[in-house]
Structure formats: structure tokens, C-alpha cells
Write a protein that binds this ligand. Sequence first.
Ligand code: SF4
Length: 220
Amino acid sequence: MLNLNRALLTMNKNKILKILSILKKEFPDLQVPLRHRNAFELLIAVILSAQCTDKRVNQVTLKLFPQNRACTPKDIISLGENSLKKIIYPCGYYNTKSKAIIGTTRALLGKEVPENFEDLIKLPGVGPKTAQVVQAQWFGKDAFPVDTHIHRVCNRIGLVNSGKNRRKTEKQIKTFIPKKYWSNLHLQLIYHGRKTCTAYKPKCKNCPLYDLCEWKDKKI
Ligand code: SF4
């Protein structure tokens, strides 16, 4: 039985347990959405995914990474900044993203992508969210990176009450959901946000969480 920290709950404990159980049943097979073959590829893909769809990132990394082996920092450096910008242009913010990718790649020349949070966020262009995605999705660590889907879904359902502050969403969830559930829950919430609880016109009628959701604007 999931042991929740009752003192910090924003909603009834049984409701939270039901929500977690429904999400688990809905998304039993949790695939990582960004295509990658090693930690370095995942890190680059996550940097590219800011303000961009995973589908677009996967199209771009198909061109950016070598076809028959995993990409290394040397491959990116040998491309040069201009070629890199041309390839990643479809992902948007290509100037900022190329700077982050080149900075991170230089810092990683001859090294492995670090596993721990403090070392990851020292890399240029790697913030807490990117670091936690790599931790959760490659290293299998307990992490709860909050993207736009997770932030929206958690607030609508009533799991948190964090306004526009994504870091607050992360902090609130982490106070009452035990660590071992974080990594799977973050993917389940992303998938629920994409499939059903979309930003515009959420499909409330078909939502498995309808009866539990506390959003006052949920559609009948
Ligand atoms: S009922 Fe609507 S708002 Fe609530 S979780 Fe489902 S889709 Fe989202």
C-alpha cells in the first residue's frame, strides 16, 4: 500500500490512491518519448525539446545523430556550429539551443554524462527539469521533472495547487508521493496530458479520472 504523507496532502488520500492506480492501469507500458540510444543522445534531445514537440525533436535527431551508432560529443563538435544550427532549426530557439548543446558537449568531451543532479545542472544549458528527465529516463533514478503537461494536469485534478509555478508543482508532489513512484508517475501524467487532459478542449467525457478530478471547469 502506498504510504502518503497525510499532513501535506491537497486532497483526500483515497482519491490520490485511486488516481495513481487508474493512471497505472491506463499507461502500463511506459515508453520514453524522445528517441535515444545513450545518455548523451537523451540529454541533447531533452535540450531540443524545450518549446517543441517530441515528434519534431525525434525527426531532427534522426538527422543530427549518426545512423548506425550512438552519438558522442565528438560527433557534435565536428559538425560545427553553423551546421548544427541548420539541422536543429525546426525545433525553434536554434541560437539558444545550439549554444546550450555546444557548451554541454564541450564540457562532456572525453567524459560520461554524470548521473547525479548537482553535476548535471553544472552543464551549460541544463536546468533542473532537463537534469531530472535524464536521471529518470536513462539512469532509472527517482526524479519528478515537471513539464507543461504535468503542471497542467496536476493542478486541474487537484493533486497540487501551484498556480503558474512549475517548481512548486514539483515540490508539492515530492512532499507527499514517495520517491519510488516519481519516475513512472511523471511519464503517466505526460501521457494523460497528451491523450486526454489536453491544454485546449480536454476530453473530460472520456477521461478515466473524471469522477475524481476536482477541476471546476471540467466538461460534462
Ligand atoms: S476530467 Fe477533464 S480536466 Fe479532469 S483530468 Fe480528466 S480531462 Fe483533465
